[in-house]
Design a protein around this ligand. Structure first.
Ligand SMILES: Cc1cc2nc3c(=O)[nH]c(=O)nc-3n(C[C@H](O)[C@H](O)[C@H](O)COP(=O)(O)OP(=O)(O)OC[C@H]3O[C@@H](n4cnc5c(N)ncnc54)[C@H](O)[C@@H]3O)c2cc1C
Length: 409
């Protein structure tokens, strides 16, 4: 397994369930560790558009039993059976999702109530502006939700005005500090004459979600707002991932893979085996098969390499495809239409035209990847998650292809 994002993890879990010996090699943080904790199956804007068109909330799609089992063992997410969840973003929007990291507040069950938003002197947290924007959201108006900024000293020490969200979240892994926060939130509830929920910044645990412990003791839901990128949800994923890999007995190691190729005789046909070249290691690793779960452009699996980037004062030396796998491997690259939106052989695609999603079409930067038959990229080489061309770039889609690749490996 190359890559330890959610796709590589799902693939490792699925392969181990079938008795395979699994080693996961990863170079570090990928998209999963950057995402904010919303667990989507399809891009949420599509659900929003469809529900506006049809008037009302859409029922959530069923999860495959294996995906549900995987999520249960990971122990990080809540994925309701019949309905999705509603998340408040730090940008002041309320958006649907299929599920959530359990530290995030789900507004879905709330009706005709107030949600407290404690003020905190942190650069990315403006409780007054956030409360106003969220109260004005169509979902909040339809459900009678009012967001109320309140003075509650949720920061304990002076440095907490400046430290990173992840560091503040890590302080709440300490039970004593969580109890301190609990007392402050209890006072805030009393001061406000009660409320239906409390919305905080992304601060509720780095090694595990701590929101439910607070909610159970306060008697009202407490949770984080969703951040676009760089939330402690990524740290919580990494902690849950490492625990799951250890529990299933999958070996995990740090390393950057430079190349994958054939050449190692597998147990069946001679071309089944693969070799894996890790940076800084002279002897390649041998395996019966490999799963590329190295992410897309954001995760480092795919590089933007338009020919003009190599041009000197004159034309580029040769034309080339504008995207490449960051690992040398005998696979074919493409996008959701099969080929890249290239305007000439010497220039990359017109990014200002094709990079952004339009209607149901993925943006080119999201659509590029390895072209596969299902999850099969080449003999002995499978792919999963954001590495595959033309699939939705969501957590649950990465789980789906990861589980499938692990099963087929
Ligand atoms: C900022 C951001 C916000 C997002 N928000 C949402 C959201 O709200 N909802 C949602 O459902 N999805 C969201 N996504 C998308 C979702 O996170 C991804 O689609 C999904 O996590 C992809 O998982 P993956 O395992 O395929 O790739 P990644 O998580 O990117 O994992 C790739 C792994 O491969 C490793 N790797 C890469 N190259 C090499 C190499 N050469 N050698 C060894 N290892 C290597 C990386 O270190 C990493 O461990 C978001 C993504 C981003 C970036």
């Amino acid at each position: 397994m190359i890559g330890a994002g959610v796709a590589g993890l799902a693939a490792a879990w699925s392969a181990r369930r079938r008795g395979a010996r699994v080693a996961v090699i990863s170079a570090g943080v990928g998209e999963t560790a950057l995402a904010g904790g919303a667990v989507d199956d399809v891009p949420w804007e599509q659900i929003e558009r469809a529900s506006r068109l049809l008037g009302g909330d859409l029922p959530a799609s069923d999860l495959a039993p294996a995906a549900r089992q995987f999520a249960a063992e990971l122990g990080l997410w809540e994925l309701p059976q019949a309905a999705g969840v509603r998340l408040a973003t730090v940008a002041g929007r309320i958006r649907p999702a299929r599920g959530r990291d359990r530290a995030l507040l789900d507004l879905g069950p709330l009706r005709r109530t107030r949600v407290l938003v404690p003020r905190a002197a942190r650069a990315a947290w403006d409780a007054d502006a956030l409360a106003e924007a969220l109260t004005d959201e169509p979902f909040a108006r339809a459900r009678g939700l009012r967001f109320l900024p309140v003075d509650a000293p949720v920061l304990r020490f002076d440095d907490e005005r400046h430290i990173a969200d992840g560091d503040l979240a890590a302080r709440h892994d300490d039970p004593a500090r969580l109890s301190w926060l609990l007392d402050r939130l209890r006072q805030a509830l009393e001061g406000a004459g009660g409320a239906g929920a409390i919305l905080l910044g992304p601060w509720l645990g780095a090694s595990a979600p701590r929101a439910e412990a607070l909610a159970a003791r306060l008697g009202v839901p407490v949770g984080e707002a969703l951040m676009g990128a760089g939330s402690p949800a990524g740290l919580r994923f990494e902690a849950a991932r490492d625990a799951l890999l250890a529990a299933i007995g999958a070996a995990q190691r740090h390393g950057r893979v430079r190349a994958v190729g054939g050449g190692h005789p597998g147990p069946g046909a001679p071309d089944e085996g693969v070799t894996i070249h890790v940076e800084g290691e002279d002897v390649p690793l041998a395996a019966d098969g490999v799963i590329l779960a190295i992410g897309g452009l954001a995760g480092g699996g795919i590089a933007y390499t338009p020919p003009e980037s190599g041009a000197g004062a004159d034309f580029p030396a040769r034309g080339a495809a504008p995207f490449a796998l960051s690992i040398a491997a005998p696979v074919t690259m493409g996008d959701d239409r099969g080929a890249f939106g290239v305007v000439s052989s010497m220039q990359g695609p017109e990014l200002d035209v094709v990079a952004w999603p339009r209607g149901e079409r993925l943006g080119a930067l999201e659509a590029v990847g390895v072209r596969c038959e299902g999850v099969r990229a080449a003999p002995g080489i499978l792919a999963a998650g954001a590495t595959i061309a033309g699939r939705a770039r969501t957590v649950l889609d990465a789980v789906t292809t990861g589980l499938r690749a692990g099963a087929e490996a």
